[in-house]
Structure formats: structure tokens, C-alpha cells
Design a protein around this ligand. Structure first.
Ligand SMILES: *[C@@H]1O[C@H](CO)[C@@H](O)[C@H](O)[C@H]1NC(C)=O
Ligand SMILES: CC(=O)N[C@H]1CO[C@H](CO)[C@@H](O)[C@@H]1O
Length: 175
């Protein structure tokens, strides 16, 4: 009788320990909670996993900087393609895409990142939402036999923007 009471209490203790929620300050747990509130959970977790810090604001900053580095990389890529495409039907849509990405990379996103640091979340969100629209507009510039060489990049940037916007919304409104 005595042993079974003891083992019962051990089992209860186990259940109690296992069901205790981890404190929010544990990094991986916060990232998962935040990412569940974004439209692309896996991309969010992948983007925030290794570094990133322990509060929502630093996670938002990491995402915004990933948008900028992806957009910068894509602009460089487009500018390389434009040179190769001189005189072909792809030249025009590629040049149009470069024109869309230049202000995004040089002015808009750096301003949004700055605004985020200063707590101007509405402005940051407006600019990052607009970046997603620019990536979509670039993609739409290709049609028919002018197949887009940028589809994966545009989609990734658009999705990263959606994740960043969702995280900044959490900053504005709470989890
Ligand atoms: C673009 O974003 C992806 C996903 O977060 C990331 O793994 C990759 O390193 C980024 N690329 C650049 C050039 O920043
Ligand atoms: C073919 C096509 O859709 N071209 C458009 C590409 O983007 C520029 C600027 O956004 C438009 O002016 C073109 O009409």
C-alpha cells in the first residue's frame, strides 16, 4: 500500500513538471509563440532561430533586417541580370524591377528599421507592407514567354515582409 502511494505521488509530480509551461523568457519558446501569430510559421522560425534575442522588439528588428538584406541581394542580382539581358525581351521588365527595388533598398527599408527602433511601429509597418507590394508588382511585370527569373526571390521577400508586419503588430497590440 505504502509503495503504491509513493509511486502515485511520483507520477503526479511528473505530470505537474511536464505540464508546467516554460517561462516566456526562454528564447525558443518566445520565438515559437510569436511565429504562430504570423502567416508563415516555418519561415518565421527558420529566420529567427539562431540569434535574435529575447524580446518581441528585437525579433521584429531581426526580421526587418532580413527583409533588407534579401531585398539588397535581390537588387544586386537583378542588376546583374539586366546587363546580360540587354537587347532581349527580358531587359525591360528586369529594368522595371530594379527601379522598384532601388528606393526600397536605399530609402524605404532603412527608414522603416529606424522607425522600428524608435517605436514608430505604424510607420514601420506601412513601409514593410509596401515592400511586399513592390515585390508582387515586380513579379507581375513578367508574363507569357517573359518568364520571371525572380519568382522565388520575390515570393520570399513578400513572405518575409508579411512575417515582419505580423510581429510588429504584436508589438502594437500584444500577443
Ligand atoms: C533571406 O531570408 C532567408 C530567410 O530568412 C535567410 O535564410 C537568408 O539568409 C536571407 N538572405 C539574405 C541574402 O539575407
Ligand atoms: C509588362 C508590364 O506589366 N510592365 C509594367 C512593369 O512595371 C512598370 C512600373 O511598375 C509598369 O509601368 C509597366 O507597365
Amino acid at each position: 500500500m505504502k509503495t503504491s502511494v509513493t509511486s502515485l505521488s511520483i507520477i503526479l509530480l511528473y505530470i505537474l513538471l511536464l505540464s508546467t509551461p516554460l517561462p516566456l523568457t526562454q528564447c525558443g519558446d518566445l520565438i515559437d509563440q510569436i511565429c504562430k501569430k504570423t502567416p508563415f510559421h516555418d519561415l518565421c522560425v527558420l529566420s529567427l532561430q539562431p540569434n535574435s534575442g529575447t524580446n518581441v522588439k528585437s525579433l521584429a528588428s531581426v526580421m526587418a533586417n532580413l527583409v533588407l538584406s534579401n531585398a539588397t541581394d535581390t537588387l544586386n542580382y537583378i542588376q546583374g541580370l539586366v546587363k546580360q539581358a540587354t537587347g532581349t525581351p527580358l531587359e525591360r521588365p528586369l529594368a522595371d524591377c530594379a527601379e522598384l527595388y532601388i528606393p526600397v533598398v536605399k530609402y524605404n527599408l532603412p527608414q522603416a528599421i529606424n522607425a522600428l527602433i524608435r517605436g514608430r511601429y505604424g510607420f514601420a509597418n506601412y513601409v514593410i507592407s509596401d515592400t511586399a507590394k513592390q515585390a508582387d508588382a515586380c513579379e507581375k511585370n513578367f508574363s507569357g514567354e517573359n518568364k520571371s527569373p525572380l519568382t522565388d526571390r520575390n515570393k520570399l521577400i513578400s513572405n518575409l515582409c508579411d512575417v515582419a508586419v505580423a510581429i510588429i503588430r504584436i508589438l502594437q497590440k500584444g500577443l
